[in-house]
Design a protein around this ligand. Sequence first.
Ligand SMILES: [Zn+2]
Length: 423
Amino acid sequence: MRADGKREGRGTIVGVRRDEGAATTSAELRAHNLARLLRAVHYGGGQLTRAELTRQLSLARGTATVLVRDLAGRCLIEELTGPVDATVQRARGRPTGVPSAHARGPVALAVDLRDDSFTVAAFELTGRCTVLDRQERDAGSGTGVLTDVAERLEVRGRQFGDRVVGVGVAVPSPVRGSTMVQPTLTEWQDVDVTAALGPVLAGNDATLAGLAEARRGVLRGVPVALHLHVATGIGGVLLADGLPVTGAHGSAGEFGHMPLTGSDEPCRCGSVGCWELDAGARGLLRAAGRPERGDRMLQAEQIVAAAGTDPHSGRALGLVARALGRGIGALVNAQDPEAIGLSGLAALVYTADPGAVTAGYLSTLMRFRRGDPPALLPSTLGDLGALTGASELVFDAFLTPRGLSTWPAPEQQTEQKAEQKTA
Ligand SMILES: [Zn+2]
């Protein structure tokens, strides 16, 4: 989408930038086009040739050449040799470059914070991810985990230096701003993530998993999509043109705490009859007659894995699959998405028993929707969903004229000037 709200190229999802008003001076226009081009490289995952980017952004070829040279000069991209450009006369056979991530280019650090572990990863401009740290929470306290995360971020910050353009954090709680307002871990109640970890961008893990699917996964190019992430509970997000609809305070998408399957049981959240009691990991443990103790996700995964050979597990899976489908049907009635992404346990359950999920889904869909129900799409990002979404928060802020004006960092600029003088 362009800043004026129009779609930019076929199937391309580009977020709205609030700081990008109409460019009036030539310097503003240039900054605007540099940010557009860099975002297109980012969304394209470094796979698009300069010729394809030029067409997608409706730029003149000469303009694109100048912009690419500028971005390369600032170490934001590096142009690799690509295939022959079909738009150039065949006889000349000129290869077109592929603008890709620069070896000294920007890096987003991302954290996936969970009740029982955390992961830190680095993302390059084109979305390439390197997992740097993964740490289980053994006997340590929740507060101790945050101290450990802050310490790892400091170490990785030193490692990547001026290349770090921001830190994104996925948290296992609804958020208001950057505060965890109802985490499962009581020690994190009302913890402001920026107070604990410094200047970071924080978001709910299921919301960020959905954002990642819209940008780099199964919901890419889907104008209105619903994403559901099932773990112990169920979270998710509605995405319009690739942007999460997160509500007035950032805490929308708590679909697990809606009474979609009709029970009267009290839930840990303070409500009654919540969907996650029937369709999350807790629902699966209860259906299988297992106590809700220990690592519930691990046990739920074991039940799904055993369902093919053990009839008791198979029955439990069938019940939960049907409950999952019924809830999805109700949400589709409410939100009218074109497709539904499924991650975590939802993807596992759907893959293991698509028939039961689909039966539940069709049973609650309104009649007029049943002829062409929106597709259910299991995630391809797997465990990297929330991390990838956290990195997208950082790049969304950086890939704007204002964000790019901070690059390279003042120290690098000084170094470059010194190099130019000695050259
Ligand atoms: Zn609830």
